[in-house]
Design a protein around this ligand. Structure first.
Ligand SMILES: Cc1cc2nc3c(=O)[nH]c(=O)nc-3n(C[C@H](O)[C@H](O)[C@H](O)COP(=O)(O)O)c2cc1C
Length: 518
């Protein structure tokens, strides 16, 4: 024994390295058949896999320029981080954007900005920016709802996000007076920290699921009665990243608690079906919406990504003929985010937000329905100039998902589908989640929302308006080709927005249906 130990201890450190490399080389050549490169180039072949695995980080930190990355470039991310931390989010020396580039947005400023009268709500609170329309008002729901913030947290479930992330978002919306959309995973204790909640469900009916996997009205009513902070209900038809494909929650993310809330098995992939059990066609969907609204008293909306318009036209015709239908419609863009989706769907199925929304709005407007619906937009709209464009096109408020994630520390690692999120946001791993300081992160979300609203109000005033609902298509121009030509939105999308009835911000502040807390 002593001899053996003596022999091993006589081997120099570099000798050990050679021995390990020899073992790796033998394994590469003789014992593994799954990687051709490491078989053909033992040892060095591993470098390729390693370099490939750290490539995204290397490009993000060292190579990509400030405006290059997708979905969100460094300047966009930096603006959210700085806004959330209440740091200096200005830029010096002038824009670094090519303002002649295709699809660049311009907001037409007035010669003189809007002058705030004495005692105007914006003099008291520079971030007060509620939605100009009330959800459920036209359909006379029992509990109509005016979102107290024009920017809100979009659907992201407990499951796709961690408990600490959901808790931070919920506490953050409470501070900011915004709402928090639950996403498809049901209502969790982490959604129940006092912020307004929009309860969202898809084809999996998580949280309101009957024994046979269908929709349970009894559970829906019970949930709403027990949780008065639920202010509206959203039925998901589709989302921009994967229309026609149900929700996907990888087994790695399914803990005991998530399994209990959703009524599924621990550790097993949950694939929601592509279609709803509760309805099979447009008239049935309208009936379904009306039943939920009647039973719960809440405004009920639908969320979808837009492609073909035939069924939307059928919906509009039914709404016109019956006076029934959704109180709000959330339009998600093809550029929308997801916890997990096949690239073939995320990259190609459904239209980008500007095209999808303009198609839909034009259709509803042509039927005289645009005034009675609250339009919600989502798809990288969490920046004041983008939001100005969206409001000019007819949106009434916006939802943000990834921007909200970034405000609480997401670094755009783009591995939400693996349970390995390094920021503890899109993972169920306890260790990484524990890095999230909930009181700090909730303040950050709230601060991002407040900074967004403040800048949005300033842009609105610069354009000569009191509230962004007054933006018209002709207030925004967009570069439409490579020859430095820009066109007003109405010239590009071929409609004028229906003016939103607006009697002043004070009127919105005095509204009895205004949400938000304190
Ligand atoms: C992690 C994650 C989870 C999501 N989960 C849902 C969901 O459960 N239901 C849904 O309709 N959309 C879901 N979405 C889509 C977002 O709600 C939103 O519509 C989309 O990301 C566009 O907004 P954004 O560009 O601000 O991220 C999810 C997005 C992300 C990033």
């Amino acid at each position: 024994m002593d001899l053996v130990l003596q022999f091993f201890s006589s081997i120099a450190w570099w000798g050990w390295i050679l021995i390990v490399l020899a073992f790796v080389a033998i394994r590469d050549v003789f014992f593994q058949r799954s990687h051709t490169i490491s078989h053909n180039f033992p040892i060095v072949g591993h470098l390729r896999y390693w370099l490939e695995s750290i490539g995204p980080e290397m490009r993000q930190y060292f190579v990509a320029n400030n405006r290059e990355e997708l979905p969100f470039n460094r300047i966009e991310r930096g603006w959210i981080y700085a806004s959330a931390k209440k740091e200096n989010n200005y830029e010096g020396f002038g824009t670094d954007r090519d303002i002649h580039a295709h699809q660049h947005i311009f907001i037409n400023n007035a010669m003189m900005p809007f002058k705030l009268p004495e005692n105007h709500p914006h003099k008291i609170d520079k971030t007060f920016l509620p939605c100009a329309k009330v959800m459920g008002e036209f359909n006379k729901r029992k509990r109509p709802y005016r979102p107290a913030s024009i920017i809100n947290v979009s659907a992201m479930s407990f499951g796709s996000l961690s408990a600490k992330a959901i808790e931070s978002l919920n506490k953050g919306v409470k501070i900011a007076g915004a709402y928090h959309n639950t996403g498809e995973g049901g209502l969790s204790p982490y959604h129940s920290n006092g912020g307004d909640v929009v309860f969202h469900f898809g084809t999996g009916y998580f949280g309101v699921r009957s024994e046979d996997g269908g929709f349970s009205m009894e559970k829906m009513v019970d949930l709403v009665n027990k949780n008065p902070f639920i202010r509206a209900i959203e039925v998901k038809l589709s989302q921009g990243a994967k229309p026609g494909k149900g929700g996907v929650l990888p087994g790695a993310k399914i803990t005991k608690q998530i399994a209990e809330i959703r009524g599924v098995e621990v550790g097993k992939d949950v694939l929601s079906p592509p279609t709803h059990k509760a309805f099979s066609n447009v008239p049935e969907m309208v009936d379904f919406i009306e039943k939920i609204a009647k039973e719960t008293g809440l405004p009920v909306g639908i969320k979808a990504a837009i492609g073909k318009l035939e069924q939307w036209e059928e919906l509009a015709d039914i709404m016109k003929a019956t006076g029934k239908g959704p109180d709000f419609i959330t339009v998600d863009g093809g550029e929308g985010g997801t916890g997990a989706a096949p690239p073939s769907f995320a990259d190609h199925v459904s239209l980008p937000w500007v095209y999808g929304f303009s198609d839909l709005y034009r259709l509803f407007q042509s039927k005289g329905l645009s005034e009675r619906i609250v339009f919600v937009g989502s798809g990288k709209l969490g920046f004041p100039a983008k939001a100005a464009m969206a409001l000019a096109m007819g949106v009434d408020c916006i939802n943000v998902a990834r921007e909200a994630m970034m405000s609480i520390g997401c670094i755009q690692a783009q591995i939400c589908h693996t349970n390995r999120c390094p920021a503890g946001i899109a993972t169920q791993k306890k260790w990484t989640q524990n890095g999230i300081n909930v009181p700090l992160k909730s303040e950050r979300l709230a601060q991002y929302f407040k900074t967004f609203r403040k800048e949005f109000i300033e842009i609105t005033h610069a354009a000569g308006y009191e509230h962004p609902c007054e933006f018209k298509m002709s207030d925004i121009e967009i570069n439409v080709d490579d020859h430095n030509l820009s066109k007003e939105l109405n010239g590009t999308f071929m409609y004028q927005k229906t003016p939103v009835p607006f009697k002043g911000v004070q009127h919105l502040k005095d509204c009895m249906h205004l949400g938000g807390v304190e």
